[in-house]
Design a protein around this ligand. Structure first.
Ligand code: AMP
Length: 141
């Protein structure tokens, strides 16, 4: 049973109740163009089931999603003539997630598009990086 949320705009698109500029569909995944693109050809790839964040997506869907991301990414680059491609994915509002149905952004990039990714920083305490890595690694066991 695939989970759905009657209030979710992406579930409505999956159900065909709201139109989209569809570029690919399979039993498990859907890809369509973002209505407010960073650059023309910006697409969204999502599992059809309603999983709020990346961490909620069943791992069994990973292979399907990766295949769709790769194929749609190649097609976007060919059609737009892009020089590069960003794969972005936001989880929770603090990270910029607006639609709470997990999805991936595929954004064609051009050498002269003037966009910059997020600013990077460093660790003030030289031991902090190692401590954080150890704590995260501990939860992976
Ligand atoms: P996020 O901020 O990662 O949740 O991204 C949500 C994205 O969905 C935004 O980039 C919106 O422009 C896009 N979006 C919202 N509604 C629609 C729609 N009806 N069709 C296509 N894209 C949409």
């Amino acid at each position: 049973m695939v989970p759905t949320d009657s209030e979710c705009i992406f579930c409505k698109i999956v159900a065909g109740d709201i139109p989209c500029a569809r570029v690919f569909e399979s039993d498990t995944c859907l890809a369509f163009l973002d209505i407010a693109p960073v650059n023309a050809g910006h697409a969204l790839v999502l599992p059809k089931g309603h999983y709020p964040t990346l961490m909620d997506i069943p791992v069994e869907l990973g292979g399907d999603l990766f295949q769709v991301l790769s194929q749609v990414g190649k097609a976007i680059m060919e059609v737009t003539g892009a020089d590069g491609l960003n794969l972005m994915q936001n989880n929770y509002e603090a990270a910029g997630q607006e639609v709470h149905h997990a999805h991936y952004h595929l954004i064609p990039r051009f050498a002269d598009d003037g966009l910059r990714l997020w600013p990077q920083t460093g660790y003030d305490d030289p031991d902090e990086m190692g401590r954080l890595a150890a704590k995260i690694a501990n939860l992976m066991e």
